[in-house]
Design a protein around this ligand. Sequence first.
Ligand code: ADP
Length: 459
Amino acid sequence: MFKSLYSKFTFITIMIMIVSSILAFMFSNFYYQQELKPKNDAKNTVIATDIVAYIESSEQMDLHNYLESLANVGYQFYLHDGDSGVFFGEDFRDKSLAHRTIESVMTGEVYHGMLNLPQETFVTGFFANELKNTIGLPVEYEGQTYALFMRPDIKMLFSEMHILFAWLLAAVVLLSIVFVLISTKYMIRPITHLTEAAEKLAEGDFSIELDLTRNDEIGQLSQRFTYMATELKKLDDLKSEFIGNITHDIQSPLSNIKGYIGLLENESLSETEKKQYIDITIKEINRLSSLTKQLLTLASLEKTTDLVQISTFSLTTQLKNIIRYHQWQMDEHGIMLSFNLPEIEVAGDKALLENLFTNLITNAIKYNVEDGEIKISATQNDETTQIIVSDTGIGMDASTKTRIFERFYREDTSRTRKIEGTGLGLSIAGLIVNLHEGTLEVESEKGKGTTFTVTLPRD
Ligand code: ADP
């Protein structure tokens, strides 16, 4: 029925106002029945008694005149002598009254019609202009007994002040409804803005402007929403950058391959030229193959949050195997290797740790200098296993050092440009260390060398 929050809220508020009015009416009615009705009856009994006492004590008084003048100041009377009755003042709406009542008053009983008026009439019983709703007293006048019934004339009592209060009440109700309508609109507006922002975001537009000055729950929601949008934008930028990088890194070996294969079609090429071109082509194919392998590793590592294939194995054997596999590269560049590897066992994902150490060791070779040095050591205490790979290579400056774990980051100097690489190795290494809940620290000085320290917890 109510599609918008606005109409729902307005409806609920107005319903609350109606229900509270009903409850307030019932409460005041209860209060009237319990407290005010008996008080009103007692008050009017006192007035009636005073009137009767005055009539009976005054010797030369004209009863009809007296009652008439009282009626003029705000009372209604009914005077009955046992046979017939006379009214004074404003007409009663309902003039019925049991003859028994008149008789019992004439025999001396006080009639409490106000107190005994039925409960169903609610608080409005106070206003009931009925002969039954009176106080009845016997009065002696000129040797004869009369029954005198009296009630205040509500019309007279209902003074300007009461009219003023009635208007006040009506104005309060009307104004509240108007203000509820306006304030609801104001309160709902930020939600409407949020919905629009969510739609924009869904369409890929991250330029979201929301009112962030509010301190309430909606303000907090807007702040979280804006934060979410900026984070999403960062992710989106990263994704575009990532795709840009991959495209470039795939595109350049592919165009090299295409170019050299084109050259190979030339029949006048010498054998050495042919061999040279084929070597380059194979190198580029290897580069593509290692890039795709690294991308796959990166993608699978980013999805995993827990290690699945944990085993305990000899770290020493693993490191020695990696060293043996790369020995020829070191020999080629005259690099001196020294290692200190006591027998140590670690628990972890064997294949991933092999990837990590291969990365550190190949970097130590790649970014080394002719006749440089590499030191590899491993130590273990009760809590941790520490592996240190240090080289006397080209080193890095402080700004490079902070960025080497970013995907695709490569230092761009004439020297490093000649070195094969994708810029993915260390971001993979970082993820592997994180998965093992360890740390990977780097110490480096430009022109002096670099030291990578891997610390893995033993449990
Ligand atoms: P890649 O070696 O494929 O370029 P990495 O992620 O392994 O990518 O390394 C990122 C960058 O960090 C390298 O391009 C290089 O600039 C720097 N770097 C890594 N290891 C060393 C090292 N041992 N000495 C000097 N620079 C290094």
